[in-house]
Design a protein around this ligand. Structure first.
Ligand code: ADP
Ligand code: MG
Length: 258
């Protein structure tokens, strides 16, 4: 099961992972109100669909005034957004996230996933944030660092410092990175995740670390014990045949073609 970015950021906040202030909105008037409530601009308006690549597809836009937030929201809600992850038919945007824009100094990549080769959770990190990690893996695999996590010990501070060092972070940022990574690991384990990807994780001009995008994948076999996460399910984002199959506990995956 997947969730929206604003829901993912809500979970991360609960684990002490720094994310920009923001709020989900369903109409343009509400988007303008929330921009004002969030404080000074600029703001970023982000389409909430279960697919990445929104930036390149026109689903992430910068606004300088609350009125601009409203106008962008008006255009974005109801549009069909096509990205390299949605397929040519695209996805209808029904919700947007209005959040504070930040001054990005550089973009990094960090993720946790279940590594089937080692039967362990692995932490992956790269200096090539904001890009498709599949592309980085294909062309410059040396730019990806993988740390395998011992389930009995958990993610150690030593491992986090090693990753922070490989990301080129300095002393002050390293301690922030260690607590951020440990927050991510806690979120991953407590929520029965199969994937937790922060792309990009940014270093701001003010020397802060922020998770600017967040993608969660949950283990469907554990949803029975994760009622709070099951409640985040958005049926509009799923294939109707797969929804029906899931009601009968079937692992059914719709394919293209006829
Ligand atoms: P996607 O991965 O779907 O393209 P992201 O959330 O990663 O969407 O956003 C794409 C890009 O937009 C980011 O790499 C970042 O450069 C920029 N961006 C996103 N959110 C913010 C924000 N709050 N402030 C400033 N820039 C942002
Ligand atoms: Mg992203």
């Amino acid at each position: 099961m997947n969730i929206h970015e604003y829901q993912a950021k809500g979970i991360l906040r609960g684990f002490g992972v720094p994310v920009p202030d923001g709020h989900v909105c369903y109409n343009s008037a509400n988007a303008r109100e929330w921009a004002k409530r969030l404080g000074d601009g600029p703001w970023v308006v982000k389409a909430q669909i279960h697919a990445g690549g929104r930036g390149k597809g026109g689903g992430v836009k910068l606004a300088r005034t609350p009125e601009e937030v409203r106008d962008i929201a008006r255009d974005m809600i109801g549009m069909t957004l096509v990205t390299h992850q949605t397929g040519p038919q695209g996805k209808l945007v029904k919700r947007i996230l209005v959040e504070k824009g930040c001054n990005i100094a550089h973009e990094l990549y960090i993720s946790l996933l279940v590594d089937r080769n080692t039967s362990r959770v692995a932490l992956m990190a790269s200096t090539e944030g904001g890009m498709d990690i599949e592309e980085v893996a294909a062309h410059t695999p040396e730019k990806i660092l993988v740390e395998s996590i011992n389930p009995l010990v958990g993610l150690t501070a030593f491992q986090c410092r090693k990753v922070a060092f490989s990301l080129g972070l300095d002393g002050k940022l390293t301690s922030k990175a260690v607590s951020l990574m440990q927050g991510l690991y806690q979120a991953f384990v407590s929520s029965d995740c199969s994937l937790l990807e922060i792309n990009p994780l940014v270093v701001t001009a003010e020397e802060e670390l922020l998770a600017l995008d967040a993608k969660f994948g949950f283990d469907d076999n554990a949803l029975f014990r994760q009622p709070a996460i099951s409640d985040l399910r958005d049926y509009d984002e799923e294939d109707h045949k797969e929804i029906e199959a899931s009601q009968y506990d079937l692992s059914y995956i719709s394919l293209d073609g006829n």
